[in-house]
Design a protein around this ligand. Structure first.
Ligand code: HEM
Length: 478
């Protein structure tokens, strides 16, 4: 009977599952890689069962377009998950919020009030000042011939810029709990991406076999206390005296005006703040980390980018935001980096809100849709020599990052697309441009560029497994 039903409904092809787990065990330590391998055998639209949850995995541009454009509305929701429940104010945030009027309103506030072009430009001077600090400190290290933890530096400057934009001040690790600010938020992001059995076997969730629910509750207490404290501090200050309002000021003003048009209290403010912290914390810095790693591994590309920067900006001053539009090769380097290292390799899981037919396959309501960007970036029918890092492939290609070219959608596309695409791209380009323009980079202990380890650490945001260590040599005349 099962077989007959399957025939009638034409479910997507997939590997043979095992009782209870279905295909969960096939995800392994690095799901994007393992799903890519499976898709090569079973096709770009692959059906899986993760515990009790049906899933469809798409691994080609055409299949991604079906999910993110043709049937965008059907797949615009997010699955319920323990992480969203415990760590996102009962799914009151944007990232994990289910589709509906509440999510739409929250997202609108976020895009209009916080991430608009005008708001992004208001923080330009702050970004320039933070970059100056980074360059000065790396210049000092260069004078001393020091080995620098480049991953930590990039993540540090990105974290500082984020905190200044969101909270109006920087936070040192010791301002937080004993584990430190960065470590707590990195753990929140990691917990959100982990395959938690509770999400796939609803009845065993209460047993919390992996201890994840307990840890998530602890984490949420820590950051809730932190956000409460920040809101209290802001209430005591006078925002009208500030030159640039930070995101807390803006959100508190929305709350106090009562003009949100829906219930909007402190919990909602905290949920948005947490969203932006989590989403902004590691994404851009991880992209920079991958880009600089590829450039160090490919001295020809590094030199070509340095030449572009020299001819556009000069050798006696540093890159400014106004230069970015003129830097075409930098643009190609960033695209090529995101093709091979999409920092959110499986996007954030989507969930279908009703039954739907995709390319003739039946996808039941409440299926999880996984878009494997890692696989799409390596699809040999779209990319010539997909494993080669070659930014030239984008010159004159017309492919942009805005979610219209489904062979390259590292920010997603459609209703759930990243609302911070513009900010994200500016941050990545700015930080990368300073590192490349101001410094030459050498690997320590005579390591050859081709020996640089490029292993990944899988998470919602997939970063390098090992920090990149390198020796800077200052190259500007100023
Ligand atoms: C290089 C940098 C970034 C990349 C590659 C990136 C990528 C993504 C991706 C792939 C998604 C999920 C799309 C989907 O589910 O279909 C997403 C969602 C999101 N991103 Fe970004 N992002 C970046 C930077 C940022 C920054 C800096 C912020 C905020 C400060 C941000 C805020 C968000 C939010 C709020 C969502 C949830 C949207 C929703 O569910 O409606 N992102 N991002």
């Amino acid at each position: 009977l099962q077989q007959l039903k399957k025939k009638k409904k034409n479910i997507p092809p997939g590997p043979i599952g095992i009782p209870i787990l279905g295909h969960l065990h096939l995800l392994g330590k690095n799901p994007p890689h393992n799903l890519h391998r499976l898709a090569r055998k079973h096709g770009p639209i692959m059906g899986l069962r993760l515990g009790f949850v049906p899933a469809v995995v798409v691994s080609s541009p055409a299949a991604a377009e079906l999910i993110l454009k043709t049937h965008d509305l059907v797949f615009a929701s997010r699955p319920k998950s323990a992480a969203a429940e415990y760590m996102s104010y009962q799914q009151k945030n944007i990232i994990f919020g289910p589709y509906g009027p509440y999510w739409r309103d929250m997202r609108k506030i976020c895009t209009l009030e916080l991430l608009s072009s005008l708001r992004i430009s208001q923080f330009q001077a702050m970004r320039a000042a933070e970059l100056r600090l980074m360059v000065d400190s790396l210049k000092q290290a260069a004078e001393l011939g020091e080995i620098v933890d480049l991953s930590a530096r990039v993540s540090g400057v990105n974290g500082d810029m984020n905190c200044l934009m969101i909270f109006g001040r920087k936070y040192a690790d010791e301002d937080f709990d004993e584990k430190g600010f960065k470590a707590v938020f990195t753990e929140v992001v990691e917990m959100s991406a982990k395959f938690n059995l509770a999400d796939y076997f609803p009845y065993i969730g209460v047993l919390d076999l992996q201890g994840m629910n307990r840890r998530m509750k602890e984490l949420s207490k820590i950051f809730d206390g932190f956000l409460e404290k920040i809101i209290d501090e802001h209430l005591q200050e006078k925002p009208e005296k500030k030159e640039t309002k930070d995101f807390v000021d803006t959100m508190m003003a929305v709350m106090e005006s009562g003009e949100a048009g829906f219930e909007f209290d402190r919990r909602h403010v905290k949920a948005v703040l947490l969203d932006l912290l989590v989403a902004g914390m590691d994404t851009s810095s991880t992209a920079v980390e991958w880009a600089i790693s590829e450039l160090i591994r490919h001295p020809r590309v590094m030199k070509k980018l340095q030449n572009e920067l020299e001819s556009t900006v000069g050798i006696d001053r540093t890159v400014e935001e106004s230069h970015l539009n003129k830097l075409e090769y930098l643009d190609s380097v960033v695209k090529e980096t995101l093709r091979l290292h999409p920092v959110v390799p499986l996007l954030v899981p989507h969930e279908s809100m009703e039954d739907c037919t995709i390319d003739g396959y039946h996808i039941p309501k409440k299926s999880r849709a996984i878009v494997n960007m890692w696989a799409i970036g390596r699809d040999p029918s779209v990319w010539a020599h997909p494993e080669t890092f070659s930014p030239e492939r984008f010159s004159g290609s017309g492919i942009d990052l805005r979610g219209r070219d489904f062979q390259l959608v590292p920010f997603g596309s459609g209703r759930r697309t990243c609302p911070a695409l513009q900010l994200g791209v500016v941050l990545v380009k700015l930080v990368l441009a300073q590192l490349v323009h101001c410094f030459d980079w050498e690997l320590p202990n005579g390591m050859l560029p081709c020996d640089l380890d490029m292993s990944e650490h899988f998470g919602l945001v997939t970063s390098r497994a090992e920090h990149i260590m390198a020796i800077p040599k200052y190259r500007l005349t100023a």
